[in-house]
Design a protein around this ligand. Structure first.
Ligand code: MF3
Ligand code: CO
Ligand code: CO
Length: 277
């Protein structure tokens, strides 16, 4: 049985309790979430044919430094970059490198900033040049699944309701939901209780209460759901090498429903496409 605790008096560490945050925390999370969204907006137009993911990582690092924020992934559990850049069949945790992006690639850029001690965590897909029609469909379904998950967030609903909203939308379209990675509580910590699994049954799992902060970040595959982690210890890829996409928002449970902290101020939450085929 999960217990809940006032975040103001809770220990900083992960101890199985779900933290409930007050109004000052909401202000801190709004600022952190907005900065991440502005950074992801900045990358539209930078992610392009011939650009290496190293360059994207550098732009994100500089953006953080210019806005008195710190990339939470930098030196996190041995990770040494400001972003994760996950291309095509990479599911998540792709490490930026010096290989130029190619026409037709789809790439997820995942940014987490710490601003005044608060974490904002969001990722979006970017289309490199002209992408295949099936990639566009995958991106659309993945984005829609995130927003359906978000729409299931309100007091009294459960974590299972979020997962069910995502799974029941994705699977009838012959795409699959990745099981091995999930969303997570966050606030002053990067990864906290609860886990937000992107599948589930209505009414199951922890009950959502006002003041909870967490991410929803479904990874959706065109093929089977199975993943493996490469020998670098980070890069997760689809076992069948099918295309994978992901979007992530940081949200709060409010008294009446949900607040999204990482919405794009410019309405660039999902990419415009030049598609072929
Ligand atoms: N930002 C990722 C998430 O959504 C976590 C990346 S951890 C890293 O939770 F170490 F791989 F960067
Ligand atoms: Co996350
Ligand atoms: Co993230």
């Amino acid at each position: 049985m999960v217990t809940y605790v006032d975040a103001g008096t809770a220990p900083m560490r992960k101890n199985g309790q779900i933290k409930l945050y007050g109004p000052e925390a909401f202000d801190g999370m709004r600022a952190a979430g907005r900065l991440v969204a502005e950074c992801l907006d900045m990358l539209v137009g930078e992610v392009d044919v011939g650009v290496p993911t190293d360059r994207i990582d550098q732009l994100v690092f500089e953006f953080a430094m210019d806005h008195r924020a710190y990339p939470a992934t930098l030196m996190y559990r041995g990770y040494e970059r400001s972003t994760c850049t996950s291309i095509n069949h990479v599911v998540c945790h792709g490490i930026p490198n010096d290989k130029p992006l190619r026409d037709g690639d789809i790439v997820n850029v995942d940014v987490t900033f710490v601003l005044d001690g608060w974490h904002g965590d969001s990722s979006r897909m970017y289309a490199v040049g002209e992408i295949p029609r099936r990639a566009e469909r995958l991106i659309d379904v993945t984005y829609e699944s995130l927003m359906l998950g978000v729409a299931a967030v309100k007091p009294g609903n459960t974590v299972g309701d979020i997962g069910h909203a995502i799974q029941s939308f994705v699977e009838p379209q012959h795409m699959s939901v990745v099981r091995d990675f999930c969303g997570h509580g966050l606030g002053r910590m990067f990864h906290d209780e609860p886990n937000i699994v992107h599948l589930g049954r209505p009414g199951e799992g922890s009950v959502l209460k006002p003041g909870m902060f967490f991410t929803i970040e479904p990874m959706i595959n065109l093929g089977r759901p199975h993943v493996k982690v490469l020998s670098d210890g980070w890069t997760a890829v689809t076992r069948d090498r099918s295309l994978s996409a992901q979007f992530e928002h940081t949200v709060a449970v409010t008294e009446t429903g949900v607040e999204i902290f990482t919405l794009s101020p410019k309405g660039l939450d999902k990419p415009p496409y030049k598609s072929v085929g």
